[in-house]
Design a protein around this ligand. Structure first.
Ligand SMILES: NC(=O)c1ccc[n+]([C@@H]2O[C@H](COP(=O)([O-])OP(=O)(O)OC[C@H]3O[C@@H](n4cnc5c(N)ncnc54)[C@H](O)[C@@H]3O)[C@@H](O)[C@H]2O)c1
Length: 295
């Protein structure tokens, strides 16, 4: 790795599992010390065991202002002022249509989903602002492919992720010129436990969705479902003052590429036939269908 974050301090909100955990792992590998706020105490313990002093864990519900204030205070006291804040906590609506929800469940699902996906990012930024200003730091919020394309989720999830894009644009303006604010919009990702709000079905997670990875791969130009580690470098780029000093108010898509629907499996070179060397950054030819060799 590059040591790009050597000596820096980060707070990852919703970092105990999934994409946030991938960010924590990458940031630690790059030399950062990382505070992690999450409600999953067991997963936080596992992270603490894996990374020792490099990680400080805080248990809390990200929909409450108190959790963010405690997390920032604890990280600043024990690790130092924040160079970066990353927000990853999220819940998913599993594409539930508005017409399929009776009004009371719709109202409860909206409140919970927007509290986790949108309000938590605003509360985290508000709590971290003074510390980030002292360090000329950076904020990265997690949006989604659903903030650009309606097929990425249902109306609740999609509109919450459009709101995250709104937060990025407004907060970039408010926190300038000292703090940069950007977003990452992951596409469908494998190896996470993204779950539904309680009002829909809290026990439902994407991990138990049969055929999901294959569907994601079929929709992406790069023909593969990304992993949390695949997105982590995009977060690293956006928090690094060396790599992105002039970038603020932007949302970077990390979704494997979206484009014209592929007409058939034959046209696509096989539904999930991907040369894994591409993802491992090894040299491959321009035409994977012809066996991956250079012509
Ligand atoms: N998985 C995907 O395909 C995908 C695609 C695009 C965007 N995203 C976004 O990426 C982010 C991370 O999702 P993931 O797939 O890694 O999910 P995940 O469930 O694996 O991770 C989310 C983390 O947030 C925590 N969390 C949720 N609600 C919380 C609360 N109220 N208080 C404290 N912690 C809470 C969970 O405990 C978990 O550790 C979310 O914002 C999600 O919308 C995910």
């Amino acid at each position: 790795m590059t040591g790009l974050l050597e000596g820096s301090v980060a707070l990852v909100v919703g970092g105990a599992k999934g994409i946030g955990q991938g960010v924590v792992e990458r940031f630690v590998t790059e030399g950062a010390r990382v505070g992690v706020l999450d409600r999953d105490a067991g997963a936080l313990d596992a992270l603490g065991c894996a990374f020792g002093d490099a990680v400080r864990t805080i248990v809390g519900d990200v929909t409450t202002p108190d959790a963010h204030e405690r997390a920032v205070a604890e990280v600043v006291e024990h690790l130092g002022d924040l160079d970066s804040l990353v927000t990853c906590a999220g819940v998913f609506d599993f594409r539930t249509a508005v017409g399929d929800l009776e009004i009371s469940r719709l109202s409860a699902a909206f409140d919970e989903l927007f509290a986790v996906n949108v309000k938590s990012a605003l509360l985290a930024t508000r709590a971290a602002m003074p510390s980030l200003r002292r360090r000329r730091g950076a904020v990265v919020l997690t949006a989604s492919v659903a903030a650009f394309h309606p097929e990425g989720g249902g109306v609740l999830y999609g509109s919450s992720k459009w709101a995250v894009r709104g937060l990025v644009v407004h907060l970039a303006r408010e926190l300038a010129p000292h703090v940069r604010v950007n977003g990452v919009a992951p596409g469908g990702t494998t190896g996470t436990s993204l779950s539904a709000p309680a009002a829909l079905d809290a026990s439902r997670t994407v991990a138990s969705d049969p055929g999901r990875d294959e569907r994601i791969a079929a929709e992406a130009l790069l023909r593969r479902a990304a992993t949390p580690a695949d997105h982590a470098g995009t977060y690293l780029y956006l928090v690094s003052p060396l790599l992105s000093p002039a970038v603020t108010g932007m949302v970077v898509c990390s979704d494997g590429g979206r484009g014209e629907p592929i007409a058939s499996e034959e046209d696509a070179g096989g539904a999930v036939e991907v040369d894994e060397r591409f993802w491992r950054r090894e040299a491959v030819g321009s035409n994977l269908r012809d066996g991956g060799g250079r012509s």
